[in-house]
Design a protein around this ligand. Structure first.
Ligand SMILES: Nc1nc2c(c(=O)[nH]1)N[C@H]1C(S)=C(S)[C@@H](COP(=O)(O)O)O[C@H]1N2
Ligand SMILES: [Mo]
Length: 307
């Protein structure tokens, strides 16, 4: 695996000193047995707090939301192997110069693979820290040369009921396929990411193989999995959770501890592993700890309204 040197932003440029000092511990937890000197130059640790350590791999790959395979947290790990991920093609459409159907391998060719250790906060108030590998979302999207009418970009998940038992279920309530979207400037932000792996291995199916969005300052539902379509558009696209329950889930969905979900508080979160006896509760941070990097994207917006 190649890591990009001098990538912007690098961990040392945009992380607090405590995190840089904490690298040895992060590496140790990853079990790589490497000293700080061998930490890949491209590893981005932005937004990590001093007590953030990667969530054990068994939890990251065993406790999932991927409704295409069922609504239970353990359904994806049990059933996602039924999805075929090779070969994988991606349809690109809308306001861009280069549109059409592409093999995923061709889209990834030549892009620098980076490691990003990100906080991940589900709207259900649990959280993890995940060591992802993948490519900057901007590097992916630039290849299509979006034009001036591209104000938003929508991402669509695979729809294949034969391999996705949750899409065969009548009670999910979801209008398949799963769609998420970002404003173009959000999509071009250096922290926006397309993951192709985690813990140094190809992305497991239950985590959204072969590639999935990772937008660390937003609630987890924005990070759509197993993407087969990218659409550039002038208008804010529909997004699945907003369609399902507009009073509970917005389009922006920036992590915001001061705006509660109608049915629970967002002020705190349970960091996995979390149990009844030890909930491992911690305060939720504005923009999930990435405010310094991303808050300016929302200058002039009422963040209580644009939930
Ligand atoms: N296609 C698709 N993408 C999805 C989901 C889903 O149900 N279907 N769930 C979302 C939610 S709510 C969360 S919290 C994350 C979970 O990602 P993980 O299982 O890799 O932790 O995936 C998001 N992406
Ligand atoms: Mo979520």
């Amino acid at each position: 695996m190649r890591y990009r040197r001098n990538s912007t932003p690098t961990g040392s440029e945009i992380t607090p000193e405590s995190i840089v000092l904490n690298r040895r511990r992060v590496v140790g937890v990853l079990g790589l047995g490497l000293g700080m000197a061998t930490m890949p130059a491209g590893t981005v640790l932005a937004g990590l707090q001093a007590d953030d350590t990667p969530t054990p791999e068994a939890i990251v790959t065993g406790y999932n939301n991927f409704y295409e395979f069922g609504t239970g947290k353990f359904d994806p790990a049990e059933y996602a192997h039924e999805m075929t991920v090779r070969p994988w093609t991606v349809e690109v459409s809308g306001e861009a110069a280069r549109t059409g159907t592409f093999a995923l391998d061709d889209l990834l060719k030549g892009l620098a693979v980076e490691e990003r250790i990100y906080r991940f906060r589900c709207v259900e108030a649990w959280s993890m820290v995940v060591p992802w590998q993948g490519v900057a979302l901007k590097a992916v999207l630039e290849q299509f040369r979006p034009n001036g009418n591209a104000k938003f970009v929508a991402f669509t998940t695979l729809e294949r009921p034969k391999e996705m038992r949750g899409q065969r279920a009548l009670f999910s309530g979801i209008d398949w396929p799963y769609v998420e979207g970002l404003r173009m400037d959000e999509a071009y932000h250096p922290l926006a990411f397309m993951a192709t792996g985690l813990y140094g291995k190809p992305l497991p199916n239950q985590n959204g193989a072969p590639w999935r969005l990772v937008v660390p300052w937003k609630y987890g539902f924005k990070s759509a999995k197993s993407i087969v379509r990218i659409h550039f558009t002038n208008r804010q696209p529909r997004n699945t959770w907003n369609t399902l329950q507009a009073s509970e889930y917005g389009f922006y969905a920036n992590v915001n501890p001061s705006v509660d979900h109608p049915r629970w508080s967002q002020a705190t979160e349970r960091r996995l592993p979390s149990t009844l006896l030890n909930p491992n509760r911690r305060p939720t941070l504005p923009f999930n700890g990435y405010a310094e990097e991303v808050a300016s994207l929302y200058d002039g917006m009422d963040l209580r309204r644009y939930f």
